[in-house]
Structures are given as C-alpha cells and as structure tokens.
Design a protein around this ligand. Structure first.
Ligand SMILES: NC(=O)c1ccc[n+]([C@@H]2O[C@H](COP(=O)([O-])OP(=O)(O)OC[C@H]3O[C@@H](n4cnc5c(N)ncnc54)[C@H](O)[C@@H]3O)[C@@H](O)[C@H]2O)c1
Length: 298
C-alpha cells in the first residue's frame, strides 16, 4: 500500500499496546481513524489523543458478531470502505491445556480467533467492492497472531491454539485474495514478548465468562508471562513501525524477533523428520527442570 493520506484505518484493540501505537502512526500518515476496544476508559483516552482528527471511537467486543456487524455498517456510512484493517485485539491465558474451562475457550477463541474472523468476513467484501469500483483503490489487512501461532510452548495451549488459527486464517486470506485481486494485500503480525497490557488481559474478561480459581499451572503461566512481557526489549511503537513497513512493502510475515524463528525451524524439522516435538527447554534445561518441579503432582 503506497498512499495513506485521507484513507481509513480500522484498528481493534486500539486502547492499548500495538493497537494504540498503530493508531498513532496512522494519524501521522493522515488517515481517518476507526478505533475499537472493549475497554471504554482506555478507548476514550486514546480517542482524546486524536482530537481534531477524523476519529470514530466505538466500544466493541470483537468476539460478538452483532457488534462487529454494527461497526462495519457504521464505518461504511461514515467513511466508506476502509483501506487499512488491523485485526489486533487479543487476550492471553495459560495453564495446562486440559485445565482450561469451556468459558476459558469461549473467551480466548472468541476474542483472538473470532474477532479476526469477523474483521475479515465483514471488511474484506467492502474492500473488494471498493477495489472493483475504483482501479486506484488499494487496501491492506493485518491480523495479529503471535510467535505462539508458529510454535507450541507448553503451559499456554489455549493461546497457542487461538494464534495458530489466526496464522492459518491469514495465510489462506493471502492465497484467496491473490485469486481475485491485486489491489488488496494482507499480512500476519507475529510478535514475541513486547511490554504491553497483554499479561493483564483478565482485566477485560467478561462477567459471563468468569474464570474459576486459577490452578497452580495457571499461576505459574501468569508469573512467567508477566516476567517475559515486562522484560521485552522492543517497544509497542517499534512493532507498530514494523506493521506499516510491512504494509508499505506488501510483506506478509511480520516478525518482531526474527531470532525466535529458530524455534519454528526446529518444529518444522520435527514434522519433516517424523521426530517427536523437541524439548522447548533444551537450551535452558534449568528452566525446564524448575517448571517440571513446580508442576510435579499437579
Ligand atoms: N505483547 C506481546 O508480547 C504480544 C506477543 C504476541 C502477540 N500479541 C498480540 O498482540 C495483540 C495486541 O495485544 P497487546 O500486546 O497490544 O496487548 P494490550 O492488552 O496492551 O492490548 C490489547 C487490546 O485489546 C483489547 N481487547 C481485549 N479484549 C477485547 C475484545 N473482546 N474486544 C475488543 N477489544 C479487546 C484490550 O482492551 C486492549 O486495549 C493481541 O492479539 C496479542 O495476543 C502480543
């Protein structure tokens, strides 16, 4: 995508982290902003930053089909088809994969997977119609997955499953778009640990999906993700810059930490060589031993 000035960006999870930083860069590029988040106070604060700028701020739970449909209709009415769609809202949860409740699965897959599904199924047809009507139209869709969409670290299976599904959806979207248009491209963002609000995702867990008392493994998962996320060296602003660089260059895969791809290579070799999944702690055996000791008897 080459021209952003006066074009429209739809950003989910815009109240914090990557969403907010992408909104800031979209504003600098002169775009109309559609900011969505389920957390009203964060959304209002974000929207206030762009006072005087064309902004539509809307409280939307991306997991809810009807709320996303109403959003798409409102965007169509105010700005017409969007040009840049960042399906980014997400939440994290962990624990041993058999411990997650049905409510946990509904919440995590609802936000991380169905939120992206709704963004794709609602905005892509609007963008395709705009592309047909105007040969100069160009659009870009970016879905936020994670390195957890390409790896399967233990004790966070529910998140891994949701993010693998986003990678699958995005790779298929890339192929499907290339069957029908050259005017709309897509990317998948796969960050590694970056300091944002993601480790405090439970702040937005809806009452109807209330969690049960955390298990020992879930407490450990929370402590490990608190530490990993807070000690990340890149900032959310750095990642937002990568998102726009990818849209500029029509680059599909966006990796914040390319070194972590070594783990993906190992996983692919496991598959190709029919080898059992490699111990994720092979380079840090003391960490694996500590985790096993903590989980003994669980
Ligand atoms: N920060 C990391 O280390 C990291 C790594 C890999 C992937 N990710 C992914 O990046 C994306 C953005 O997360 P972040 O790191 O900026 O965290 P964040 O918590 O700072 O931002 C996520 C935003 O999504 C919003 N949100 C949560 N549930 C929602 C819902 N149901 N509907 C609408 N909005 C909702 C939150 O209110 C929040 O503003 C997520 O998909 C996350 O899984 C983050």
């Amino acid at each position: 995508m080459k021209n952003y000035q006066g074009k429209t960006a739809v950003i989910t999870g815009a109240g914090s982290g990557f969403g907010l930083e992408v909104a800031r860069l979209a504003a600098l590029r002169g775009m109309n902003l559609v900011l969505c988040d389920v957390q009203s106070d964060a959304l209002e604060k974000a929207a206030a930053e762009f006072d005087g700028h064309p902004v539509m701020a809307r409280r939307v739970d991306v997991a809810k089909a009807a709320e996303m449909e109403a959003l798409a209709a409102a965007v169509q009415q105010r700005f017409g088809a969007p040009h840049f769609v960042f399906n980014n809202a997400g939440v994290a949860a962990g624990g041993l994969v058999w411990e997650n409740t049905a409510a946990d699965w509904d919440w995590v897959l609802g936000v991380n997977l169905m939120g992206v599904v709704h963004g794709v199924r609602l905005f892509t047809p609007m963008m395709l119609a705009a592309a047909t009507a105007d040969p100069a139209y160009e659009g870009h869709i970016i879905n936020t997955a994670s390195m957890a969409g390409l790896l399967n670290a233990p004790n966070m299976g529910i998140y891994n499953v949701s993010k693998h599904a986003v990678v699958a959806l995005s790779e298929t979207l890339f192929q499907d778009l290339s069957l029908v248009t050259e005017q709309i491209r897509c990317s998948v963002l796969c960050p590694f640990f970056v300091p944002t609000g993601i480790a405090q995702s439970h702040r937005n867990r809806p009452a109807e999906a209330a969690s049960s008392k955390p298990t020992q493994a879930q407490l450990i998962s929370q402590a490990m993700s608190d530490k990993a996320v807070s000690s990340g060296k890149l900032s959310a602003a750095d990642v937002a810059a990568m998102v726009f660089a990818a849209a500029d260059a029509e680059q599909f895969y966006v990796f914040s930490h390319p070194k972590s791809l070594a783990g993906v290579q190992t996983r692919m070799e496991d598959v190709m060589l029919l080898r059992n999944p490699t111990d994720p702690f092979k380079d840090k055996p003391e960490l694996g031993a500590k985790l096993r000791a903590a989980l003994k008897g669980v």
